[in-house]
Design a protein around this ligand. Structure first.
Ligand SMILES: *Cc1c(COP(=O)(O)O)cnc(C)c1O
Length: 386
């Protein structure tokens, strides 16, 4: 069966994955090799040196391309290494437009690394699509979309922004880490590139760091394969194996986590000590309708703020949950609780943070696949300590 004819639930298990022809092993082998023997100079089986190609990585890249509906994919040592490769498509003088509520590391690589190479960035509220169009000038070469955003869970209209990018001949990239391809497939909405930190939902078990770019065209994939080989931020074959294994249950995990998150959001919304709940599944969320249009479910990430809006109150919650572990990262089977201001978003200046509502009392949850009522009880007990 051709990949594009398969349903998503079949693709995660079968797309690009064949039993090993030499042994029949049903699981993709970990090709732990640095080089490949050639029959005569230049005559080989498509693999020459493991920075350039690795069979385990190739299977993962084929599978990811199928899941996102892309022409090809390229895997890297981390999500940020994948982003680094995309930024290397740009030249000095080029400009990026990105959301002002961005993953902290994505903000850091643009501002602290690429700015000094002459690349300029505008961080704006991308919910306002007119503002995006107004910010475009002749130097704009990349529109960087992240949705749902982190940690404010804003929803950005992918289809609208990608069509604006196309009209102006600008490359568009969507960081799809928070949604996963099960919930949202940006290429089908017009994106040129999709970025993943596979460390999160794709891997799904908090045991691997890996990144990927899925490309809408073969040409873009060739450029990124060139950068991958030239710059060398590849990941090892064991990491590819772990992500391939994680992906097989992606739909089951994400569906359960989304269900739990929805229940938790409703609980928090009614809680007397909570002032705000940021979750696109709530009807009064400003991006609810767009989320409904572009996502299958509303995701399993949510943030909330406390009526007692100071760091001490947040700390009381953060240090008293027993099931929610206090840690960075997201997308694993276990639930995590985090404090964006001091953890994931510490690299963003305080005045920038406050502008988008990222206060000192904001708490972020990555909801896992435990029992929802147990998770709610855990939060209730921690909130009692405020
Ligand atoms: C984690 C994350 C990244 C960076 O990925 P790494 O694998 O940690 O390098 C990028 N974007 C988002 C939205 C993330 O959550």
């Amino acid at each position: 069966m051709k990949h594009d004819k398969m349903k998503f639930e079949t693709k995660v298990i079968h797309a690009g994955i064949e039993p090993d022809p030499s042994t029949g092993a049903i699981m993709t082998p970990i090709f732990q090799t640095s080089t490949y023997v050639q029959e005569e100079p230049g005559k080989h089986k498509g693999f020459e040196y493991a920075r350039t190609q690795n069979p385990t990585r190739k299977v993962l890249e084929t599978n990811l391309a199928a899941l996102e509906g892309g022409a090809d994919a390229v895997c890297f040592g981390s999500g940020l290494a994948a982003m680094d490769a995309i930024l290397k498509l740009l030249s000095p003088g080029d400009e990026i437009i990105a959301t002002n509520d961005l993953y902290g590391g994505s903000y850091r690589i643009i501002v602290r690394i690429y700015q000094k190479f002459g690349i300029k960035a505008h961080f704006i509220n991308m919910e306002d699509t007119e503002l995006v169009e107004k910010t475009i000038n002749d130097n704009t070469k990349l529109i960087w979309i992240e949705t749902p955003t982190n940690p404010m869970l804003k929803i950005i209209d992918i289809e609208k922004l990608c069509s604006i990018a196309k009209k102006h001949n600008i490359l568009s990239c969507v960081d799809n880490t928070f949604a996963s391809p099960y919930l949202q497939q940006p290429i089908s909405l017009g994106a040129d590139l999709v970025l993943h930190s596979a460390t999160k939902y794709l891997g799904g078990h908090s045991d691997v760091v890996l990144g990927a770019v899925i490309c809408s065209t073969k040409e873009l994939a060739e450029q990124l394969h060139f950068i991958q080989n030239a710059s060398g931020a590849v990941n090892g074959p064991f990491d590819c194996f772990l992500v391939l294994r994680g992906i097989k249950t992606l739909h089951v995990r994400v569906k359960q986590a989304c269900k739990n998150a929805r229940k938790i959001a409703k609980f928090l919304k009614k809680h007397p000590k909570v002032s705000k709940v940021y979750f696109p599944g709530l009807k009064d969320h400003p991006g609810h309708d767009i989320a409904k249009k572009q996502m299958k479910y509303f995701g399993a990430m949510l943030s909330f703020d406390l009526k007692a809006d100071n760091y001490e109150s947040a700390k009381a919650v953060l240090s008293n949950t027993k099931l929610f572990s206090l840690a960075e990262s997201l997308g694993g089977v276990e639930s995590l609780i985090g404090h964006p201001a001091s953890m994931t978003h510490a690299s963003i200046p305080r005045e920038e943070r406050m502008k988008v509502g990222l206060t000192d009392s904001l708490i972020r949850l990555s909801v896992g696949i435990e029992d929802a009522d147990d998770l709610i009880q855990d939060l209730a007990e921690a909130l009692d300590k405020v």
